[in-house]
Design a protein around this ligand. Structure first.
Ligand code: SF4
Length: 212
């Protein structure tokens, strides 16, 4: 089978306690199935040329922070676009990188159940941006299928347990209200999610034009 490669857009080093415990490097990759209205990476995801790297090559580039990762219990966060589109790569990376490095995946869970299952065992913790748990708000904001996200979230909780899943619940200007956000939090709690991060998207004055 061909060696899986990762469409690398950028690396962001020395992030402190942002993705999880310790120092992490964010590895931004191309590709996302959603079309979120306020996506700050839209142009990058669509137009930027991505370098295709192997798991071994990426490990060598990230090794410069090996001591920080080991000393702080940190590691590598895959995100930018949709990390789980690259589940086969994540498995390969887990196999070749130092076992002490923690691996995080930023995901909307808008992927096939097969890709989600492929990531089990490779990812130490998942950072899920659920957008909104109301199907209609979700569809209007992302163009995606909230039922698929919800089904995958249940499967993820069953497979890895709630301690390894952080769900981010945004207040999205023009799309949901604080009451909607609260309803999402309550629904997530009923599903067994224990780690929830509420926050607000900040939309710049000129962002609407920039994103059109
Ligand atoms: S899921 Fe993230 S990367 Fe994808 S379109 Fe939405 S905001 Fe952008």
């Amino acid at each position: 089978m061909a060696e899986p490669r990762y469409p690398l857009l950028s690396l962001s080093r020395l992030r402190m306690e942002i993705d999880g415990p310790g120092v992490t490097t964010l590895v931004a990759g191309a590709g996302c199935p959603l079309h979120c209205r306020w996506c700050i990476n839209k142009t990058l995801l669509r137009d930027a040329p991505a370098e295709q790297v192997s798991a071994g090559e990426l490990t060598e580039r990230l090794r410069v922070d090996d001591l920080y990762f080991r000393a702080t219990g940190g590691g590598v966060c895959f995100g930018g676009g949709e990390a789980l589109l690259h589940a086969a790569f994540l498995r390969r990376f887990r196999a070749v990188c130092p076992s002490e490095w923690r691996i995080y995946a930023e995901t909307s869970l808008q992927v096939s159940p097969e890709l989600l299952r492929l990531s089990f065992g490779a990812v130490d913790a998942y950072i899920v941006d659920c957008k909104d748990m109301d199907r209609e708000i979700y569809r209007r904001y992302t163009g995606g299928d909230g039922a698929l996200m919800e089904e995958n979230l249940r499967a993820l909780l069953d497979a890895v347990g709630p301690d390894r899943v952080l769900v981010r619940v945004p207040l999205i200007p023009g799309y949901n209200s604080m009451e909607d956000q609260q309803r999402s939090v309550e629904k997530l709690e009923r599903m067994g999610v224990r780690r929830i991060d509420r926050f607000s998207y900040l939309v710049r004055d000129n962002q609407e034009e920039a994103l059109l």
